[in-house]
Design a protein around this ligand. Structure first.
Ligand code: TYD
Length: 140
């Protein structure tokens, strides 16, 4: 059975600006379109690191650069796009069935991810052709 292409969109979080330091918050069910089942973060990332290289069958995620910056390369199986994450108030929502790769990490980057499900390796497409096949696409 073939499925619709996935998609991404930017998520803007509130900011409480304060001379003592800015504060941003996320509340389940308000700023984000799923219940948070898992939070994970990447840190100690070498600047020449390449991460991702997979899509998910069901998982939805929102990715933030809490500190530093990096590039998110997005491929829905038809169209490729790029997003630079560098503002802790702005996340990238990634639906299921989106191939993503991350690179160009700045020194000291901390990337936080909010996820709709617990970790499950069986939810991953780690092979690009398998991902395209699930969408009914041929390898290009
Ligand atoms: P992976 O999702 O491939 O990382 P990235 O997309 O950032 O490159 O995960 C890397 C490894 O960490 C892999 O062996 C699975 C494991 N892992 C967990 O055990 N739990 C988790 O919540 C995540 C995200 C990964």
């Amino acid at each position: 059975m073939t499925q619709s292409n996935g998609f991404v969109r930017e998520i803007q979080l509130p900011q409480i600006h304060d001379p003592r330091g800015d504060l941003t918050f996320v509340e389940g069910g308000i700023q984000i379109p799923f219940q948070i089942a898992r939070v994970y973060y990447l840190y100690n990332v070498p600047v020449d690191s390449e991460r991702g290289g997979h899509a998910h069958r069901e998982l939805e995620q929102i990715v933030f650069a809490l500190s530093g910056s990096f590039r998110m390369k997005i491929d829905d199986g038809t169209t490729k796009s790029e997003y630079w994450l560098r503002d802790p108030r702005k996340g990238l929502y990634i639906s299921k069935l989106v191939w993503r790769e991350m690179d160009a990490f700045s020194q000291g980057t901390v990337c936080m991810v909010l996820a709709s499900h617990r970790y499950n390796e069986a939810d991953y497409f780690r092979n690009y052709d398998d991902f395209l096949s699930a969408l009914g696409n041929e390898t290009k």
